[in-house]
Design a protein around this ligand. Structure first.
Ligand code: GLN
Length: 194
């Protein structure tokens, strides 16, 4: 049985734990280097990317996770987690860093602020329609060819389709929150890939 970690520094940790526990995996809340070393894969939850980034530094996890990502460690980031995995954060804070594990450029709050949060059906390759919950969601505005686009959304604002669920090797990212929709199919996709 695979051991799947959920980074438990800030954000909607419990919702991811619930999703993963409904699958055949052992779920570990990761707050320390020892806990990170004990898992086969990690989920980065939604929350506040600058806060999670800060806590990654103070906990000593930042570099350990960076090293693991470079050697192919599987990670799935949702919303703030996607921001942390991306290679470029446009209009982030001046001191905002990200891992560069997904060759995408994202714009924080790229679908509008909190009041512009929305839910939309998303057609995911190989899965079907899932409910996409977008909360101050990042928008993927540019991406390299090596990024596999598994779902897109046309937000209807005249800017066309943008990827909302992507994969690059062992690294997965969703602009929305599959952990909030009560449907574990995207978590299953990740766990089945391990
Ligand atoms: N906009 C938030 C950030 O920059 C992410 C929002 C979320 O995870 N729901 O971290």
């Amino acid at each position: 049985m695979k051991r799947v970690g959920v980074l438990a520094l800030q954000g909607d940790v419990g919702e991811h734990v619930t999703m993963l526990e409904s699958l055949e995996s052992v779920v570990v809340k990761v707050r320390t280097i020892e806990q990170l070393e004990s898992v086969d894969a990690l989920v980065l939850p939604g929350g506040e990317s600058t806060t999670i980034a800060h806590l990654l530094e103070t906990s000593g996890l930042r570099d350990v996770l960076g090293e693991k990502l470079r050697s192919g460690f599987p990670v799935f980031g949702t919303c703030a987690g996607l921001i942390l995995l991306s290679s470029e954060v446009l209009d982030g804070r001046a001191d905002q860093w990200s891992y560069g594990a997904l060759a995408v450029s994202i714009r924080r709050n790229g679908y509008g602020r909190q009041t512009a949060s929305f839910e939309s059906p998303i057609e995911v390759k190989g899965v079907g329609s899932v409910s996409g919950v977008f909360i101050r969601a990042p928008r993927i505005v540019a991406w390299e060819e090596r990024v596999e686009v598994l779902a897109t959304l046309d937000h209807g604002d005249g800017r066309g389709e943008h990827p909302v669920f992507v994969r690059q090797g062992n690294v997965w990212g969703a602009a929305f929150h599959p952990e909030l929709a009560g449907d574990p199919r995207l978590h299953r996709l990740f766990v089945d890939s391990l």
